[in-house]
Design a protein around this ligand. Sequence first.
Ligand code: AMP
Ligand code: GLY
Length: 422
Amino acid sequence: MNILVVGGGGREHSIIKKLKENKDVTTIYALPGNGGIARDAQCVPISAVDIPGIVDFAINNSIDFAVVAPDDPLVLGCVDALEEKGIPCFGPNKKAAIIEGSKVFSKNLMKKYGIPTAEYEVFDDMEKALKYLESAPVPTVIKADGLALGKGVIIAQTRDEARNAVIEMMQNKKFGKSGENIVIEEFLTGPEVSVLAFTDGNTVVPMVSSMDHKRAGNGDTGLNTGGMGTVAPNPYYTKDVAETCMKEIFIPTINAMNSEGRTFKGCLYFGLMITKDGPRVIEYNCRFGDPETQVVLPLMESDLLTVMMAVSKGTLADTEVRFSDKYACCVIMASKGYPLAYEKGFEISIPEELYDRVFVAGAKEKDGKIYTNGGRVLGVTSVCDSLKEAVNESYKAVNKIKFDNAYYRTDIGSRALQARED
Ligand code: AMP
Ligand code: GLY
């Protein structure tokens, strides 16, 4: 089978490595992929948002199945365009991808169907938003409606910060059209859990839970990033919490999307906060998380391609989805300066025996060598019988991988280890 994977980060690299385990797979193309992915797939320089280019490529290369991984092409309708040409896909269509593409849509969906989330107000008028802030409790959370490269959420500690965030989004158009409408919501507290779930619109199968580490610095300090590391499972996601989430969040969300005529097929990402009043949805993503995927898929024992094809065909209920009961930890190695300015172009050296566990996010290949080419450069995952071992093994591996200006957090997993002892 010829498989096409749209995207080119660490998440896509882990999807590709997992897909390769299926022996019916002959060729995997990554569009655009990256210099590290090139070891595992044929990378083709077509942008992940060039929908006509992707469709042409798929037709000309007899693609049997496509996986669209990033948010942008999903929200732009990449799955619709491929399916129109008869190419089966894993990923939601444009109508369903709006669950991530518009925070106003997702908040209104949750309110309409009674799915627990933070209280909120929606504004399309800056003056009204500023007026509302005069009496809103702080801290408060300001969210741009549309996609904003993960930067569209501001936690404002004071009214002044909140005002500035609203002005930046609505008047100064910091996020372009994405900030034309905004959500102002209640600030919640509690541990966060990421749950990725396969769904074909009828059945929902949560994967093993995980914990992201979004801030750049140790101790969850510094700027928000795309994610500096992950562990799985997440100790805060107890059996009780999982049962509540299934009943109050996962199934109601799938049903709500069906009722709206927006059946969701693919991987639905539930960003949850476990508050003292129970689990709340912080955000939905219409795709696998990055770097959650880098710990979740290595724990998956079932065949990924089989599950993805079942999702696409609507036969998930008849398909086994099994996860190991081991522990995984992924540490991200970034370029010093990320998420702000950083230098690139440094040679990366990865010992041969670590390649299976390395997921490359930002690298360029030249004459058989790879060079840093992004903020997040790579992630290295370990799967072990205990979380402690998984964390130790990942850091041992990090110490063997070399490139100039490498930066990584040294405390990935420590909060989870602490929670397990509490
Ligand atoms: P997002 O970009 O939607 O993933 O949000 C970024 C981060 O902002 C989340 O992971 C949370 O840590 C935080 N966040 C978002 N909404 C809230 C909220 N209502 N209360 C507290 N923290 C929030
Ligand atoms: N790791 C968070 C995300 O993928 O959105």
